[in-house]
Design a protein around this ligand. Sequence first.
Ligand SMILES: Nc1ncnc2c1ncn2[C@@H]1O[C@H](COP(=O)(O)OP(=O)(O)O)[C@@H](O)[C@H]1O
Ligand SMILES: [Mg+2]
Length: 264
Amino acid sequence: MSATNGQMSAANGQPTLSIRGLHVAVGDVEILRGLDLDVPCGEVHALMGPNGSGKSTLANALMGHPDYEVTAGSVHFKGQAVLDLETDERARLGLFLAFQYPAEIPGVRVASFLRMALNARRSEEISVMAFRRLLLDKMKMLKMAPRFAERYLNEGFSGGEKKRNEILQLAVLQPDLAILDETDSGLDIDALRIVADGVNTLRASNLGVLVITHYQRLLNYIVPDRVHVLIDGRVVESGGKELVHRLEAEGYERYEDAVSRQEA
Ligand SMILES: Nc1ncnc2c1ncn2[C@@H]1O[C@H](COP(=O)(O)OP(=O)(O)O)[C@@H](O)[C@H]1O
Ligand SMILES: [Mg+2]
């Protein structure tokens, strides 16, 4: 059903994710201050901005993290208002946030975890055999060794293996839109390639992605359809992939000067 909805919204040119005037506070501090953003079905968008601009706050608010209070604005996903939904209901609607999953569950293997996660999204449980086939198929597509699925979840995972696990979750769960908050930590060149290759493989099957990063290098590998610049809790500019290179050359100062002039 979710695939049908996704196609419908693509045909109508409707954005899959539509955020309007979003204000989010942590405690007494307002961090997002009127953020607008659209991510249409099947496109890869990058959200870039300096440290502290509110990128992870947006990811946390979209996931429904209880510490991030939405004080104004709206978020629609495939036409449905999501701010009143629980985190798992958002996932069932086809929104994927890699970090909504626990860091480590002792004694649970990657394969079992993925089957549980998939069943949580379906109305009917997938059979063990059918899941096995699906998993092997996805691992082959992503060029992963089948042995990886037998590892205990996150136990002793390297940065690259954590990313591999994240990408495999994406491939198995087949959401309509994935929000990937890629902080610098743990993104060595190996991990960077795993994320990029995974996203590039999956985008061919109409996966929408919002890549959140202040890391231009990642966007040399994942070439975004559109780029948005977040400064001080607002999207101040949107453009094509060439914006990545301009930011690389010029940095964010230009925007920050404009923001402080505006507030002076
Ligand atoms: N849980 C939190 N508690 C207190 N302050 C927070 C919390 N989360 C974010 N902030 C503050 O919000 C601002 C934006 O943070 P964040 O969204 O992590 O930025 P970015 O991901 O763009 O680097 C920062 O000033 C940060 O200290
Ligand atoms: Mg962050």
